[in-house]
Design a protein around this ligand. Structure first.
Ligand SMILES: Cc1ncc(C[n+]2csc(CCOP(=O)(O)OP(=O)(O)O)c2C)c(N)n1
Ligand SMILES: [Mg+2]
Length: 278
């Protein structure tokens, strides 16, 4: 990836953080920490990785992207909006409002480009496994991508899905886990330790790659590597929850709370400063 490409993506990422915080403040509900930390991933997906067409969301040979942890949807919505699926302003003004297309957890019948409805943790990875199997049975060449999270991994269903995909060599499936070490009511290792996480995936016959989840080059290179491997791949994204807003960074109490309007006024200049420094 050229330096110019990386710079362009970094600028989009800052704009996404700004617009997402505006939407969350406007809604006065929603999740801030995880979604702020996963912005680079979604920008990489919608601007670099996915074979898709924002003007034709049902393109038959599109790659399928499944968001398993539905509460991350503000980050997905904002990256999709910037890539051309729908107007950014509609997202900012209507997130979580009554009858909006931008529900607090994604609703696939409401919004173009959303493959599955999610919110109950643990189900998306099973849906992705089913879609990857279906693609193989139908001899289709599209890939299936799925984003899951560390707190979500406490759902037993996740491990059934991983066991199946590993056991059946679903090499058209690439999953990512946001390893941000927080969940709704604490740090993951205090609530229920997950480590050694990479070894757990390997034991289930998955190829595992660990990357800095804020580094576009590492995300795209790992994704390319996954395409060349004849096993399902899990890419562990090491991220900082709340990234680039110092007051939110690494603080689990921001899991499910939006900024107040006063806090928004404080946070936006921080992000504008980062944008100017690029
Ligand atoms: C089956 C199910 N149980 C509980 C919840 C409530 N819930 C929503 S997010 C969350 C924490 C998930 O952990 P993680 O995704 O790591 O959180 P984050 O990193 O965003 O803080 C919980 C328990 C849910 N959505 N679904
Ligand atoms: Mg987490």
């Amino acid at each position: 990836m050229s330096d110019l490409d990386t710079l362009k993506l970094k600028k989009i990422a800052v704009d996404c953080r700004i617009d997402m915080l505006k939407a969350l403040a406007n809604a006065q509900s929603g999740h801030s920490a995880g979604p702020l930390g996963i912005i680079e991933f979604f920008v990489a997906m919608y601007f670099k990785i996915l074979h898709h067409d924002p003007k034709n969301p049902l393109l038959p040979d599109r790659d399928r992207f499944i968001l398993s942890a539905g509460h991350y949807c503000p980050a997905m919505y904002v990256a999709m909006a910037h890539s051309g699926y729908f107007p950014v302003q509609e997202f900012i003004k209507t997130l979580r409002q009554f009858e909006t297309r931008f529900q607090g957890h994604p609703h696939n019948l409401a919004l173009p480009g959303i493959e599955t409805t999610s919110g109950p943790l643990g189900q998306g990875i099973s849906q992705a496994v089913g879609m990857a199997l279906a693609a193989k049975i139908d001899k289709k060449n599209h890939r299936v991508y799925c984003l899951t999270t560390d707190g979500e991994s406490q759902e037993g269903q996740v491990w059934e899905a991983l066991m199946w995909a590993g056991g059946k060599n679903l090499d058209n499936l690439t999953a990512y886990i946001d390893r941000n070490f927080i969940q709704i009511d604490g740090n993951t290792e205090d609530v229920l330790p997950l480590e050694p996480l990479a070894d757990k995936y390997r034991a289930f016959n998955w190829h595992v790659i660990e990357v800095d989840g804020h580094n576009f080059q590492q995300i795209t290179e790992a994704t390319d590597e996954a395409k060349a491997v004849h096993r399902p791949t899990m890419i562990i994204l090491h991220t900082i929850p709340g990234k680039d807003v110092k007051e939110i960074e690494n603080d689990y109490t921001w899991h499910g709370r939006p900024p107040t309007h006063d806090e928004l006024k404080k946070f936006l200049p921080e992000l504008e400063k980062i944008k100017k420094s690029l």
